[in-house]
Design a protein around this ligand. Structure first.
Ligand code: CMC
Length: 381
């Protein structure tokens, strides 16, 4: 019998579960790199699809490689009518993340089940998932309003096409660019809960649609991707700048988490939160001021004052909701925006995982009893 003497770390804090060259976080200095390139530089110079390519294939694409990748994705944006019809049967009150998880898993019904290590299989799965996940999100958003899904538009780029399918309006170039940057910022973040979930699923060598579906389910929770929706609900509940201080003090006294703050790794302000805040300000110049921004700034000031010394600062979810709200996206769709982007990171980890795969099979520390008798039902108290 194998005896394990490892220390139990709740939440696996500090326990490495992989060797990876996809991304890197320095939580003390607030640095995030994708394949060694700083996120701030990517946010200024790259696009989401180029960044997805970088994450998945480990290098920036040549112009030719990028063109082919974009063309392939454009060709696969449509979803099968059976998936659309299936979504028409979903309750319109259902959460968009549940709809996305179901539809992502359903893609696996149409394509090959068993993951293969062949480059062509990987490429096809990557293209299909990156192409179809935004279409699924936009389609459910339309269907639940009683509308038919809007078909993808050939001449629009990835971000612009998604906003078009969601709102039936072609976005301004700045709106599309800002959304594209949001996707880049959310594309990957080392070993977080949904990525770990993706990797555990991937390690069984099931298909990549199941990998993405399991990750979507994990991302949906309020302690992970669901926090951006909760941030907006919190700002709504606070209602005005003068209510901020008593609200935050009440949360702290009652040990209630303040959404959009704190991070397992970052002990300074999340670099993505800084960029998102700048993007929000650029959007306000284009589309008008948002009254929630004043409230958000005051929330950040008070949380810094009360909890900054504990290393609790704004995380990626704090300002993303304000940007999405200005782009006309409903709060219960915010986490789906995160999912659209994170598909790139999940697939990068899937590809890395299957290249050296060993099934995840951790252990546990059994704290129950042994050798108890079976008590017949009539004798139980
Ligand atoms: N508000 C108030 N106190 C907090 C917060 C917060 N947002 N975050 C952490 N703390 C306190 C917590 O109460 C605890 O205090 P004490 O030591 O006195 O008991 C201490 O900080 C450590 O907290 P923890 O929950 O043990 O830390 P963790 O590393 O397990 O959790 C976290 C990290 C992100 C789940 C947590 O900070 C949190 O729940 N934040 C709010 C939800 C949120 O914004 N999530 C988005 C995370 S970033 C994007 C993503 O991953 O999706």
């Amino acid at each position: 019998m194998t005896e394990y003497t490892y220390e139990f770390r709740p939440g696996l804090e500090g326990v490495p579960v992989a060797k990876s060259s996809i991304s890197y976080v320095d939580g003390q200095r607030g640095i995030l790199e994708y394949r060694g390139i700083n996120i701030e530089e990517l946010a200024q110079k790259s696009t989401f699809l180029e960044t997805a390519y970088l994450l998945i294939w480990g290098k920036l694409p040549t112009r030719e490689e990028l063109n082919r990748f974009q063309e392939d994705i454009n060709r696969h944006r449509r979803i099968k009518y059976q998936i659309r019809d299936m979504m028409k049967c979903f309750p319109e009150t259902g959460h968009p993340m549940d709809a996305l998880q179901t539809a992502a898993a359903a893609l696996g019904l149409f394509y090959s089940r068993k993951a293969q290590l062949e480059e062509e299989y990987i490429r096809e799965a990557v293209v299909r998932l990156l192409a179809k996940i935004p279409t699924i999100v936009a389609a459910f958003a339309q269907i639940r309003e009683g509308n038919d899904p809007v078909q993808p538009k050939e001449n629009l780029n990835y971000a612009a096409n998604f906003l078009y399918m969601l709102t039936e309006r072609e976005p301004e170039p700045l709106e599309a660019r800002i959304f594209d940057v949001c996707l880049m910022l959310h594309a990957e973040h080392t070993m977080n809960a949904s990525t770990f979930s993706a990797m555990v699923t991937a390690s069984t060598l099931t298909d990549p649609y199941a990998v993405v579906a399991s990750a979507v389910g994990t991302l949906a929770g309020p302690l992970h991707g669901g926090a951006n929706e909760e941030v907006l609900l919190m700002l709504e509940e606070i209602g005005s700048v003068k209510n901020v201080r008593p609200y935050i003090e009440h949360c702290i006294e009652n040990k209630k988490k303040i959404m959009g703050f704190g991070h397992r790794v970052y002990k300074v302000k999340d670099p993505r939160a800084k960029i998102l805040q700048q993007l929000a300000e650029r959007l306000f110049e284009l589309t008008g001021y948002d009254e929630y921004y004043e409230i958000a700034l005051e929330v950040e000031r008070v949380v810094e004052e009360k909890l900054g010394h504990k290393g609790i600062h704004a995380n990626v979810d704090f300002y993303s909701g304000l940007v999405y709200r200005k782009l006309g996206i409903k709060p219960d769709l915010f986490t789906s925006m995160f999912a659209i982007a994170r598909v790139a990171g999940w697939l990068a980890h899937w590809k890395e995982q299957i290249s050296y795969n060993r099934i995840f099979r951790p252990t546990q520390i059994y704290v129950g009893e042994h050798n108890l008798p079976y008590i017949p039902i009539d004798e139980r108290s």
